[in-house]
Design a protein around this ligand. Sequence first.
Ligand code: SF4
Length: 524
Amino acid sequence: MRDLTLCMNYASRRNRSLFYVFSHLSGIPELEEEVSPEGKTIIDRVIRDLGEYADLSIKRSTGEVLYKFITKSGYLKRLISSPSPSDEEKVKNIARFFDIIRSTSNVITHDRVPQFISYLDLLIEAGDDPAAAEIDMEIDAVNVLTVHKAKGLEFPVVIMANLVSQRFPSYFRREGIPLPDPLIKDILPSGNFHLQEERRLFYVGMTRAKKELYFTSARDCGGKRPRKISQFIMEALDLSKADVVPNKVSSLEVIERNAPPVGKEGQREETIPPTEILTLSYRRIDDYLTCPLKYRYVHIIRVPIMQHHAVVYGSALHEAVQKYYRRRLSGEKMGEDELLSVFHNCWTSEGFLSREHEEQRLEEGRKALHRFYQMVQKEKHLPTYVEKEFRFPLENNQIIGRWDRIDIHNGEVCIIDFKSSNVREKKRADKRTKKSLQLALYALAYQKIFGKIPERVELHFLESGLRGVATLTEENLCQTVEKIKEASAGIRVRSYEAKPSYQACRLLTCAYQQVCPYVFLGKR
Ligand code: SF4
């Protein structure tokens, strides 16, 4: 801290940036002598990192640069290892920021940090509120939103803050380049148009409240002059200026505002009561049974992960195959060229080890789809259902999911799931099918909804063209029910103990290996 203060003081006295001072430290005698050896090591690292990330920012996508920074610096690991709810909240905010980066990368031509920053600035300037872009109404928390962002939403309690003149209504700034009158087709309202717009916005803010609405303002909002209360409050409450008496805060109250929040740090999350329905999918159940900590990272705090090349490859293949069947079921045809173009359109150049690696995977995907296309030309029957969603109750849980494909022929039911993983032996394909929790859960769903166990379940391995086939029994489905109950019981009491093992951490390539403090580092 002392070293940083020395450098900052020097920078402000000489009108230099802190970066300049850091990078010229050895040439500034008064700092060279005063800054401690530890401080110099840290400054060296900061300069090195800044250079590295500046270089990376023009070569790699925004998400990749940010992910590298939060993992390499140890920041993400530190946050997820902390028991503090505020650190957990920070991880969730980082995850939301990654969502913004992901959606932005679809609209900017070159997904690089400088372009992303300019785009973000434009959004903020245009009145958008990126920090609140992804508010989650399911979470019981305070949402801080602009009135624009709150449009269409409702909350039990709304607090409208900063209600002082020149903030709400805001100070009217003329358009930089006003539109010439002949170009304006609409009939503009007479009077103070800006004030009317602001009044409408105020009304939108007020009507977001379902039970309670609070207006707040302050005489001191920074600056030299005291602020006047917003005229809209008076209008809304039908008050005159004389009716408004400022609430004077005592000195003790001012001091107490700085006290730490009571009972928040380290507080355990509440359990989910048996009366509440818990919604579970195959992915959630499997993640929990594999490692409860992984479940927490993925589904509770949504720790951001780097896009993996296998996911890009798998989802592009999957989308092409599903689109092919959807078209066939709607009575239309789809040629091989179109199948390949769906695959290419779903492809994103993220997570690959190199350009060559990406080219190799693209080529493998094209070959897999060619094989798939040849194979489906020989199929005598169309699927009965494709991408059909299901949900069924199981005690106090609701199980949801989606069957990739169901074939019903001569009364025999076959549930099929497509896989992009590379399995090249029939014996292994059959074994994986028989042991698949996903297919067992899909068969259970079929039994619950249609009253019978499917005759067959199959995994279709797109890369090799192999089909794994298995039949499931009542006993298999009972075991699946037990697994669902086990996951549900653990999730309800919020038990998220790490279950590190070679299988969970390494073989299944857990995406959190780099940041998880419990990762299994031993041998098989
Ligand atoms: S790295 Fe291993 S212990 Fe850590 S979350 Fe993943 S599976 Fe669990």
